[in-house]
Design a protein around this ligand. Structure first.
Ligand code: ATP
Length: 405
């Protein structure tokens, strides 16, 4: 390439002679003039602002992308990613730390051009960017709706094309969800998204306008009796026979499910102990607190050892210690082959507890998959807020700050 006078280095530098950096040094020629010494590469990367090694004093000039040489060194290419959050983590963890071959130095600093030091000011060198291999861009792009294949022979709950309208309101607008057996599946969505309507149809409490629901190969609406035997339900806005004591309510739930009295008594004791309700079993449920009511209802939903538990807001009103107990019980249940589908507004809880999640907005599933796939490297809450349309502004509420006296 023809070199113009302006491109020549101000000071002819010998490549092998150490020299202090100067403000007048023209970075654009450095890369070509001086092959860097491999042994010094780690020092620069680690020290950041310390005196640079002689052969690499000149920062690589801002280059056009076409001038980079990423393909020239196949052994330094970033590892392939899967396009999932796990893939990203793998790429970061597996990325080789320094030392990197010195030739990479001319490739890596693809950062905006540093401000030119003025001739009057002795310019401190701009700290180098740590020489971490760049992540492939594709790995951080917005993911598509995640639908990872699930083994069709291992599905506890299959929802297909589910639709429900209330007058002119479409509460559920064509939902497809597959819940694998032995999974902890979270359903999240903003208020009015259609979660309760969906779960009510799944458990045979509300007839769908369209679509099918299959629980372990039993069609919920063609053969509701067979399907309901397999399901335990904690409904929203639950109405219990609260003039019964806790023990009576458990007895009623167990015998309604066909259990004999001895089995019900035995399981009632176990459940009361697990939920911390031993002392409350003799009291009327109407006298229970909201959290205790939730727990006795949860116990009732489990007494017949269902294969699928469908829980609408199981942690609502439940204190943190009791919630941890409930989680432990559910985790044991899942470890034993049971399947849990729950709705919750606690993103933190869902992220910690569930292995899969679906985000429903306006009656449609906007994302589903493993929790890691859906959250895509951020938190589930961030993903939820993003898909739910972001947060609402409090603008226009200034009147709230002024007294109306
Ligand atoms: N029985 C009903 N009659 C009329 N509209 C209903 C009925 N039940 C639900 N809806 C409407 O259907 C939509 C979905 O309600 P749903 O209760 O399923 O939402 P959700 O996701 O469970 O909300 P939340 O998180 O507030 O509990 C809402 O617009 C609601 O007003």
């Amino acid at each position: 390439m023809k070199r113009t006078p302006a491109q020549k280095p101000a000071t002819p530098a010998k490549p092998t002679t150490p020299a202090k950096p100067t403000a007048a040094r023209r970075p654009s020629t450095a890369a070509k003039a001086a092959p860097a010494a491999p042994a010094e590469a780690p020092d620069v990367a680690a020290a950041g602002t310390s005196a640079p090694a002689p052969a690499r004093k000149k920062p690589a000039a801002p280059r056009k992308p076409a001038q980079r040489k990423p393909a020239a060194k196949p052994t330094t290419a970033a590892p392939p990613t899967t396009g999932t959050a796990e893939g990203i983590e793998t790429a970061v963890v597996a990325a080789p730390p320094a030392p990197a071959p010195a030739e990479e130095i001319v490739v890596i600093p693809a950062i905006p051009a540093p401000a030119r030091p003025s001739a009057a000011t002795p310019a401190p060198r701009t700290p180098r960017v740590p020489r971490t291999p760049r992540k492939p861009r594709a790995a951080v792009s917005t993911p598509p709706l995640v639908v990872r294949d699930i083994d069709p022979d291992n599905i506890a709950l299959s929802i297909r094309g589910l639709v429900k309208k209330f007058g002119s309101t479409t509460a559920v607008a064509g939902i497809d969800i597959d819940v694998p057996q032995g999974s902890f599946y979270g359903i999240v969505g903003p208020n009015g998204a259609g979660k309760t309507t969906t779960l009510s149809m799944v458990t045979g409490l509300l007839r769908p306008d369209g679509g099918t629901i299959t629980v372990l190969e039993q069609d919920v609406w063609r053969d509701p009796v067979a399907a309901k035997r397999l399901i335990g339900v904690l409904p929203d806005r639950l109405r219990l026979f609260d003039r019964l004591t806790g023990r009576q309510l458990l007895y009623y739930s167990g015998t309604l499910r066909g259990l004999d009295a001895a089995t019900v008594a035995h399981r009632s004791d176990d459940l009361a102990s697990a939920f911390g309700l031993e002392d409350a079993l003799g009291r009327l449920v109407s006298d229970y607190s909201a959290g205790m009511t939730k727990k006795i209802a949860l116990a009732c939903s489990m007494i017949h050892s269902p294969r699928l538990l469908v829980l609408d807001e199981p942690f609502e009103s439940v204190d943190p210690v009791s919630a941890a107990n409930v989680v432990e019980i559910l985790e044991k249940y899942v470890a034993g082959g049971g399947t849990v589908v729950l709705s919750s507004h606690s993103m933190d809880m869902i992220q910690r507890v569930c292995d899969r999640v679906a985000i429903i907005v306006e009656g449609q599933v906007l994302a589903k998959g493993t929790v890691d796939e859906v959250r895509d490297g951020g938190t589930l809450e961030q993903r939820f807020v993003e898909l739910a349309g972001g947060r609402k502004s409090a603008e226009g509420m200034e009147w709230l700050l002024s007294s109306s006296d």
